[in-house]
Design a protein around this ligand. Structure first.
Ligand code: AVI
Length: 327
């Protein structure tokens, strides 16, 4: 099954790539892990996706934060001081709205972005410290999908963990639950999590968000093959694979695939592999789970949190849920 996973620190990405790519392409059906999307070009394409008219997720979540960050921060702080942890290196303007709300309440806010990529963390640190005075950035190079190690917070200080942008949707439900349990285990009672999830909606809106008219998502999906050609010396013919985005209602997820337009053989010399494709055969590259209202609170409860409040946009496209680490 396709799983997002992330490169493990300490193992060279190319080695991890080698084992993931061999396993995925030798499986039936074929798959590749979604973390392969995010090389430099893929990260730039993803940033472009977040600005597309069809990709409602980013701007909808941003609008929820613009309307409600003060309330979110006040509920999370509970009258005390907050220290903010973000899983992922921080999507500039959404994080900024929350950090601004926090510095309005206290003189200095410690912000701890957690990411496997040291360069993404450096960029986030430089940007945030330049743009918001009163924020002290303390980056943590760590793979939070394998667990979270946080130092003890100061006396009277509460942690707020941000896991926004529907990132949780790229994990299988059991992986998502385990990830949230790991976050809970790293927190003290009374600390909180703010989780952003995309909601189930009509199929045409969902499919358009993952198959935009300008073809940016198609380029993002195909970039995975560009990466394998460059890093593994593979000879994927990009013109012979097509982007497919489909709504799997039974599993409540958008799926992305790359479909072979003909019978063909692809060589991956770095892995000493030859892979045959039938006409129409696909490589499954990503799942993006969509939640029904109430499901995010259920998941948070199962992970040891007590739901506090959920905010949605007026069209109920996206939800941001605050929950407290229970005793
Ligand atoms: C990063 N993640 C939340 C995006 C999503 O919507 O699942 C990745 C993406 N895939 C295609 N478009 C965007």
């Amino acid at each position: 099954m396709t799983t997002i996973g992330l490169p493990r620190p300490g193992i060279r990405v190319s080695e991890q790539m080698a084992s993931a790519v061999s396993e995925g392409l030798l499986s039936r059906p074929k798959w590749l892990p979604a973390w392969l999307f995010y090389d430099t070009a893929g990260s730039q394409l993803f940033n472009q996706i977040t600005e597309l008219p069809e990709y409602y997720l980013t701007r909808t979540e941003r609008s929820i934060f613009s309307d409600c960050s003060d309330e979110m921060i006040a509920l999370a702080a509970g009258g005390g001081a907050l220290r903010i942890v973000e899983l992922g290196a921080g999507s500039a303007d959404k994080t900024r709205l929350l950090l601004n709300a926090a510095v309005d309440r206290q003189d200095t806010v410690i912000y701890e972005p957690v990411d496997v990529s040291a360069s993404a963390l450096e960029e986030a640190q430089e940007r945030i410290e330049r743009e918001i005075s009163g924020v002290l950035v303390m980056p943590r190079v760590e793979d939070y999908t394998k667990g979270l190690g946080l130092d003890a917070a100061a006396m009277g200080e509460r942690r707020l963990v941000l896991y926004i942008g529907s990132s949780i949707g790229n994990f299988e439900p059991d992986e998502a639950l385990q990830l949230l349990k790991n976050v809970r285990a790293a927190l003290a009672t009374g600390d909180t999590i703010l989780l952003g999830v995309d909601l189930v909606k009509d199929k045409s809106t969902l499919v358009a968000a993952y198959n935009d008219a300008a073809g940016v998502t198609a380029a993002f999906n195909l970039n995975m093959l560009v990466r394998l050609n460059r890093e593994l010396g593979a000879d994927f013919d990009l013109a012979a694979f097509a982007h497919r985005a489909l709504w799997n209602a039974g599993r409540s997820r958008m799926e992305m695939h790359l479909a072979s337009s003909k019978r063909q053989r692809v060589h991956l010399p770095a892995l000493d592999l030859k892979i045959d494709f039938e006409k129409g055969e696909t490589i499954h590259t990503e799942n993006s789970y969509k939640y029904r209202p109430g499901q995010v609170e259920e998941t948070l409860s199962s992970a040891g949190f007590t739901p506090v409040k959920t905010w949605m946009d007026t069209e109920k496209r996206f939800a941001v849920s605050l929950a407290k680490a229970g005793s």
